[in-house]
Design a protein around this ligand. Sequence first.
Ligand code: DQA
Length: 143
Amino acid sequence: MKVLVIHGPNLNMLGRREPEIYGKATLAEINAQLESLGTSLGIRVETFQSNHEGAIVDKIQQAFGNCNGVIINPAAYTHTSVAIRDALLLLDVPIIEIHLSNIYKREAFRHKSLISDIATAQLAGFGAMGYQMALEAMSRMLR
Ligand code: DQA
């Protein structure tokens, strides 16, 4: 079993970026926790972060036929990217959309996700813990 975890723009700055909204955990810490949880669940976790829409599209295309599930925080591209949405539509594996913050409690422009209606599930507002919840849920879905 292999699960790809994709982190969108500015998530490389976690820990330093608006910690009152996104928390203190760094992306390296979140990824390390996911990898270790993956080991105990028998799932190989690959993590990927990019600030570039096209690079995220390329990564999703490479996942086609190569992974059993995708967990994605498209970050700001959640609200704008038809290209990431279209790439995700290529995949026939479960997709979990995740956000650290509760996007529905924030500015109106964050309330619209171009991903949520094509994702298998969405999780928002649990902070860094949400990634572990998403991987646990993915593991159950895949079994
Ligand atoms: C985010 C929410 C987005 O609106 C924002 O642009 C982000 C992070 C979150 O994880 O809460 O960069 O996806």
